[in-house]
Design a protein around this ligand. Sequence first.
Ligand SMILES: Nc1ncnc2c1ncn2[C@@H]1O[C@H](COP(=O)(O)OP(=O)(O)O)[C@@H](O)[C@H]1O
Ligand SMILES: [Mg+2]
Length: 372
Amino acid sequence: MRIGVLGAGQLGRMLALAGYPLAKTFVFYDMSGSPSAGLGEVMIDRDGQYLDDFISRVDRVTYEFEHLPLDIAEKIAASKPVHPSPRALQICQNREAEKSLFGELGIPTPEWKIADSAESLQAAAEALGCPVVAKTNTEGYDGKGQAVLQSPEEAAEAWNSINHPRLIVEKFVEFRREISIIAVRSESGELAFYPMAENIHHQGILRYSVAPAPGLERHVEDDARRYIKALMNELDYIGVLTLELFETADGLVANEMAPRVHNSGHWTIEGAMTSQFENHIRAVSGHPLGSVEPREVSCMVNIIGEHGDIRRILELPYARLHLYNKGERPGRKLGHVNILADSYKELVWRVRNCTQFLPGSPEFTASLTSKG
Ligand SMILES: Nc1ncnc2c1ncn2[C@@H]1O[C@H](COP(=O)(O)OP(=O)(O)O)[C@@H](O)[C@H]1O
Ligand SMILES: [Mg+2]
C-alpha cells in the first residue's frame, strides 16, 4: 500500500519510519519548496500542477501538516480515500471554526471574540478583560502570529505586529499546566486513548512532554476523553487526533486541536506499546489499532534551534535520539530525545542530565519538579 502524505516535514518522516515495518511505502506532497522528510518519494509542487500525478501514485492519503489549501484535499478525496476527512482539516485550519465546534459539543473554551481591525481588537480586549491572547485565525503554529495584550491600549501595536486580516482574541487562561490528549480512531470506529501528556512550552514552542501526566486526576482524564471522543465521532474521524487543553482550578479548558500526529505524542515512539505514528498509519490503512499502553514513564525533550552536543547525548544509556535532518535556525524543531524511566524521580534526574548537552533548553520545571 502506497500512502500519500500532504506535507513533508519531520512528522511525515516519522510516519514513514513507523510505516515501513508494516510494508507501507510513502509519497510526500510538498507545497513549501523545502521538504525535510528525507525519505520516501518527495514531490515538490509549489503551484499544484502535479497534483494529478500525486493522486495517481497513491492508494490512500493523509496529512502531516494542516496549513494547506482545502481544495487540494477535496480534490484528492474525490478519487482516493483521504483520512482524516477534508472537513476535519477545514475545521482544524480555522480557530474560529474549531472553537465554535468545541462550543457546540459542550467542550469548554476560553471566552473569545473575532477582530478584523485594530479597533475591533481593542473592543474585544475591553469586553473580555485583559490579559487576552490575540492569534491569527488561520495559519498559526509554534506560537507564531500571536500577541498577549496586558491592556486594551496595546491593541494598535499588537494588530500591526501580527499583521493579519482576521484574529481570534481569547481571554488569557490562568492554567495550572498544559496537557494534551491524543486519541486514534480506526475505520471501524474503534477508539484508543493514549495516556495524557503534561506539556511545557517556552516562547510558544513545546520543549518538554511528560507522560503519563503526573498526578492527573481520573475525572480530569475522563473529561478529556469525553471531549476528544465527541470530536472524533462528530467528524467521523479516522487517524490520530490531538487536543491541547489547559488544566485549571475549575477543570479543563480546550485550547486547540490538530488533525494529525503531534509533538506532544513523540514520547510514544519508545514510551508506548504502539507509537502514535504507527497507530495513525494503521488507522489510515484500515487496520486494527495497536495497544496504547505506556511502557514506563517518559519525557520527550525537544531539540530547538541548535543541535547541542549530540555525541554526549548518544552516550546516555537511557536517551533515545531522533534527528529530523534539518539545518540549525533559531526556534526550529531539529529533533527530540525520548527518555524513559521506571519512576518520575529517576525521570527528572535523567532529563536534567540530558539537557545540559542542549544549550538554550529552559529549566525542566514540570509539575513533578515543583512537588519534589
Ligand atoms: N488563551 C490562552 N491563555 C493562556 N495561554 C495561551 C492561550 N492561548 C495560547 N496560549 C499559550 O500559547 C501557546 C501556543 O498557542 P496555541 O493556540 O496552541 O497556538 P499554536 O497553534 O501556535 O500551537 C499555548 O500552548 C499556550 O502556552
Ligand atoms: Mg498549540
